[in-house]
Write a protein that binds this ligand. Structure first.
Ligand SMILES: [Zn+2]
Ligand SMILES: [Zn+2]
Length: 346
């Protein structure tokens, strides 16, 4: 079926209305009418060609919330009318050790991402800036009805991206957690770490968003532009979640970790890191990475957010505002996530 969408026709060109083909609903598939889709920084990197050549036209969008329209004959977990979500993943091999262990995002054959990726059937995936999508039921999440559907959309990427390292490295009562960067990812990390019961510190470039940080659940707030921050907080944190994708001074942050503390980066700054080995070994510190999260953990995160009343702080826009929204994301002029109302697509 042809469905309306917004796509980038080529690298760096503005997004424009178009149509894309969605496959017929197979036995394991779910057809979803998309209601809201978040704008993630990855969308912008991808359509601007900053992450290498892409199979244009590209329909971005991997923070999808909608309603089930139709399910295939073998689908039991979802029914028409259910509120559901789709995040960054739409397929994986399902047989390798990471897949069997619930880490589909690290599939040995290669995970299939929601847009601009070649699926196992050879077709190119097209994302959620669109009215409908067909997705294998395994990758379709249940979005609890108590969550506001627009505010829930960013949970599918920003939420799970930050929930995964917080859970893996034991954020909770009695733990001091720092969040580096207070953007789309960082604001989710603060909300989730606070709800998990940790003592939360925001490390942001300036004190500009301090009031927001406290409102979101931070106990402390420090400016990283101030060198005193790094002496004052030396050895303090059990876990630092770095949400900044630009290069940061890893060694400066390692110095803020307590014995056995973990610096987990969720951003993707490619290229080599220069790490001071002494900072690691002298206090048994851990330097870790993390990329989104598996499907079971994503469902756990959605249920956790529903239980704690957590959604993203959002600004809902119409599809024709998407190019302007991209400029504002790049200027850090959004608190904290744009969400497209897909009723305005086509
Ligand atoms: Zn994303
Ligand atoms: Zn696999």
């Amino acid at each position: 079926m042809r469905v309306n969408a917004y796509a980038a026709p080529a690298a760096g060109l503005p997004l424009a209305p178009t149509t894309v083909e969605r496959r017929a609903v197979g036995p394991n598939d779910v057809l979803i009418a998309i209601r809201y889709v978040g704008i993630c920084h990855s969308d912008i990197h991808t359509v601007r060609g900053e992450w290498g050549p892409q199979p244009f036209p590209v329909v971005p969008g991997h923070e999808i919330v909608g309603t089930v329209v139709e399910v295939g004959s073998d689908v039991t977990r979802h029914r028409p009318g259910d509120r559901v979500g789709v995040g960054c993943l739409v397929n994986s091999c399902g047989r390798c050790a990471p897949c069997l262990g619930g880490d589909e995002q690290y599939c040995a054959r290669g995970p299939v991402f929601t847009y601009a990726f070649t699926d196992h059937d050879g077709t190119i995936t097209q994302g959620g800036y669109s009215t409908h999508i067909v997705v294998d039921a395994h990758f379709v999440l249940s979005v609890p009805d108590s969550l506001d559907p627009a505010a829930a959309a960013p949970l599918l990427c920003a939420g799970i991206t930050t929930y995964a390292p917080l859970r893996r490295w034991g954020a909770g009562p009695g733990k001091r957690v720092a969040v580096v960067g207070l953007g789309g990812l960082g604001h989710m990390a603060v909300k989730i770490a606070h709800a998990l019961g940790a003592e939360v510190t925001v490390l942001s470039q300036s004190l500009k968003k301090q009031e927001d940080g406290r409102r979101l659940g931070a106990d402390h707030y420090h400016a990283t532009a101030d060198p005193a921050t790094f002496t004052e907080l030396a050895g303090r944190f059990d876990l630092i979640v770095n949400t900044v994708s630009a290069e940061v001074d890893v060694n400066a942050y390692l110095g803020l970790l307590t014995v056995g503390g973990v610096l987990a980066s969720v951003g993707a700054a490619p290229g080599p890191l220069v790490v001071d080995g002494f900072l690691l070994s002298s206090a048994g510190r851990v330097l870790a990475g993390s990329m989104i999260g598996g499907i079971a953990l994503t469902q756990e995160m959605l249920d956790f957010c529903a239980e704690h009343g957590i959604g993203a702080d959002i600004e809902v826009i119409s599809a024709d505002q998407v190019n302007e929204a991209y400029e504002r994301v790049l200027a850090s002029d959004v608190r904290y996530r744009f969400v497209i109302d897909t009723a305005t697509i086509g």
